[in-house]
Design a protein around this ligand. Structure first.
Ligand code: NAD
Ligand code: UGA
Length: 463
């Protein structure tokens, strides 16, 4: 079947950009993105396209081109589902915060609600595509729910996990390393796979579109994130050893990354990985392995998270130790709050946890991030529930000028690798700080020699 109408449930960081690119590349397909969140949909429809709710380089241009032509954002979930031949489910699948599997398993509540809604409103056959990241074998749950519709409509379920990274989403979507599509190996299943292959083939070379059975596809997504996060934890574990041995972790990364079997990517030591997915997906993998009684497999992957938590704590600890074991009443400037550069997303950002450790020691924090709204910083801290909202507001200030953030500070900590931090007038920052002026570079992005020549005392990760 040639697809002419797509519906995507979930207008978040994946649904929005992914569908915008499909609409841009396939003008003959009508793409409707729906969400229960009215404010989010209103923001996607804002006449000022720079106000769309997801900040990604190049995204507003893509939305401007396709929106109103063949790309639509709506809260009419039922209508869009019924009209479509293909329905993507791109809703959130966070870690469960209650009941069995609390703290590890994926909460599939929203996925199941989508399946029930599709079953309830569909009057015609559809291909249902899992775009959300899901535990292996979720498709069988969806199949079960969708086979009880009463309307006689039938469904094929495909797994088509998304591999985009935030900050580079548009480029990743336009030029993906691969697109993965898993489906039933029956005749109907293969036809459904073919329909989705045809959509992507409008711009992705065929050899980059991989097809598998549905379980391999579901598991490959968790595996890809686990492997990427494992590389970060591996290099971060060695950053601590570097700090004790005068080896320099950036030099070690370069030395091992030039081995073509290892490769240079994802070897940047940092204050710890963040983002909505690495931790959640590994915990999910750990949970699944334990469910099958595979303790060693579960323990192996859990260590990636343990190391990441250690790295965040360790960074805060190093700041405290260096500032003579007390940060009480001392002003520390945070440059960056987002979990990585070029995004306004703060989910699981290392900055949140480092801030929390320092606030426990009664430090006074001053935060600057080029894209994160003020209220988001407080929402992130309040969510941890370590202290009251009023205390967070009195101990931490969010400012919109980096020089203001650093004025009269004892130390500056770099939490996000925004490019602009490199280009600041560091002499001016130094002149307005208390002395000795410390810099803690949690991303290894600053020119250490230059800062030391100015007079800063610099501590970077892994050196
Ligand atoms: P998100 O929270 O930004 O967006 C999810 C949206 O789904 C929300 O706007 C929510 O209101 C909506 N929603 C939930 N239930 C709904 C329902 N029943 N009907 C209509 N709308 C509903 O999440 P996200 O970051 O876009 O992630 C979505 C999925 O994609 C997750 O499974 C995630 O693991 C996966 N993923 C995320 C990324 C990423 O970079 N963020 C990358 C690859 C995969
Ligand atoms: C990651 C994967 O890269 C995507 O392929 C995947 O689709 C996505 O998760 C997902 O499933 O959500 P994302 O989290 O957006 O993408 O960003 P990454 O570039 O992977 O960075 C994740 C975290 O690791 C960031 O905090 C980043 O700063 C950190 N990181 C990354 C390092 O500390 N060092 C590195 O060398 C690389």
């Amino acid at each position: 079947m040639s697809i002419t109408k797509i519906c995507c449930i979930g207008a978040g960081y994946v649904g929005g950009p992914t569908m915008a690119v499909i609409a841009k590349q396939c003008p003959h397909i009508r793409v409707t993105v729906v969400d229960l969140n009215e404010a989010r949909i209103a923001a996607w429809n804002d006449s000022d396209v720079t106000k769309i709710p997801v900040y990604e380089p190049g995204l507003s241009e893509v939305v401007a081109e396709a929106r109103g032509r063949n790309l639509f954002f709506s809260t009419d979930v039922d209508g869009a589902i019924d009209e479509a031949e293909m329905v993507f489910i791109s809703v959130n699948t966070p870690t469960k915060t209650y009941g069995a599997g609390k703290g590890q398993a994926a909460d599939l509540k929203w996925i199941e609600l989508c399946a029930r809604q599709i079953a309830r409103v569909s009057t015609t056959d559809k291909i249902v595509v899992e775009k959300s990241t899901l535990p292996v074998r979720t498709a069988s749950t969806l199949k079960d729910i969708l086979s009880h519709t009463g309307s006689g409509a039938s469904f094929q379920i495909l797994s088509n996990p998304e591999f985009l990274a935030e900050g580079t989403a548009v480029d990743d979507l336009l030029r993906p390393d691969r697109v993965l599509i898993g489906g039933d190996q029956s005749e109907e299943g293969r036809a459904a796979i073919g329909s989705l292959v045809e959509v992507y083939a409008n711009w992705v070379p065929r050899e980059r579109i991989l097809t598998t059975n549905v379980w391999s596809s579901e598991l490959s997504k968790l595996t890809a994130n686990a492997f990427l996060a494992q590389r970060v934890s591996s290099i971060n574990s060695l950053s601590e050893l570097c700090e004790h041995t005068e080896a320099d972790v950036s030099e070690v990364s370069r030395a091992i990354g030039t081995d073509s079997r290892i490769g240079p990517k994802f070897l940047k030591a940092s204050v710890g990985f963040g983002g909505s997915c690495f931790q959640k997906d590994i915990l999910n993998l750990v949970y699944i392995a334990r469910t099958y009684g595979l303790q060693e497999v579960a323990d192996y992957w859990e260590q990636v998270i343990i190391m990441n938590d250690h790295q965040k704590r360790r960074f805060a600890g190093r700041i405290i130790r260096t500032l003579y074991n007390t940060v009480n009443g001392k002003k520390i400037a945070f440059l960056g709050w987002a979990f990585k550069k070029d995004t306004n997303d703060t989910r699981e950002s290392a900055a949140i946890y480092v801030a929390d450790h320092l606030l426990l020691e009664q430090a006074e924090l001053s935060v600057y991030d080029p894209k994160v709204p003020v209220q988001q910083v407080y929402t992130d801290l309040d969510y941890l529930a370590t202290r009251s909202s009023d205390e967070n507001k009195s101990l931490l200030k969010v400012v919109n000028d980096p020089y203001e953030a650093c004025r009269d500070a004892h130390a500056v900590a770099v939490l996000t690798e925004w490019d602009e931090f490199r280009d600041y007038d560091w002499q001016r920052i130094y002149d307005n700080m208390l002395k000795p002026a410390h810099v803690f570079d949690g991303r290894n992005i600053l020119d250490r020699a230059k800062l030391e020549a100015i007079g800063f005392k610099v501590k970077a990760i892994g050196s």
